[in-house]
Ligand binder design. Sequence first.
Ligand SMILES: *Cc1c(COP(=O)(O)O)cnc(C)c1O
Length: 241
Amino acid sequence: MSDDERTAELARALAAVRARVERACTAAGRAPDDVTVVVVTKTFPAQDVVRLAALGVRDVGENRDQEARKKVLDVQGAAPDVVGLRWHFVGQLQRNKAASVARYAHVVHSLDRAGLVRALSHGALAADRELEVLVQVDLDPPGQVTGRGGVGAQELPLLAELVLDAPGLVLRGVMGVAPLEGDATQAFTRLGEASHVLRSSQPSATWISAGMSADLEPAIACGATHLRVGSAVLGSRPSLR
Ligand SMILES: *Cc1c(COP(=O)(O)O)cnc(C)c1O
């Protein structure tokens, strides 16, 4: 595929996603501007990020540090004039990768345990940067474990307090991944409730990161402010994990 063909393909897919977002916002009585699409570029090359940036994408997501940190450098090398890209780290984060992630990520969606708070905070201070942080909430139906990660709703306040007290970190809200099987609306409703409880003590923690290619409509209906969309924009990934 030529460079132009790939750019045209991405432009079409992006327009289709934006149309879905607009329709879902209209149906929910929400303003499309209130919903940020983070395009998850994992497994796709830096050149696709450069193409997406040229198409107006500003928020990109990655889920593995090793891949992400190289891609950030490759994008800077290939297109030094691309400014204002915001990198979102959306994957499960190991503590020994926190310092690396803190050097390039603007937002970490997947904070899911106390041990990561200190590591991210140290990393942010060492890099002289501020990191925006979402606490990942477990959206498994009660009594079921599907292992998509996150803390139980009852652990959220404590983790939120730790983030608030951590220098270099800014608490923005919550994130969730709906179980593969099961009702996305129910899962996102639970996330909305967790967000509501969090905002009662932290009114500025307004972000709700929910919804991927297959379930962005129910996410928008349940109040998502950030969508994490990969395959609907970039095409299908080799299924590695
Ligand atoms: C890969 C990934 C996405 C995007 O998934 P798609 O189904 O391709 O849209 C969203 N969130 C997380 C945490 C991911 O790892």
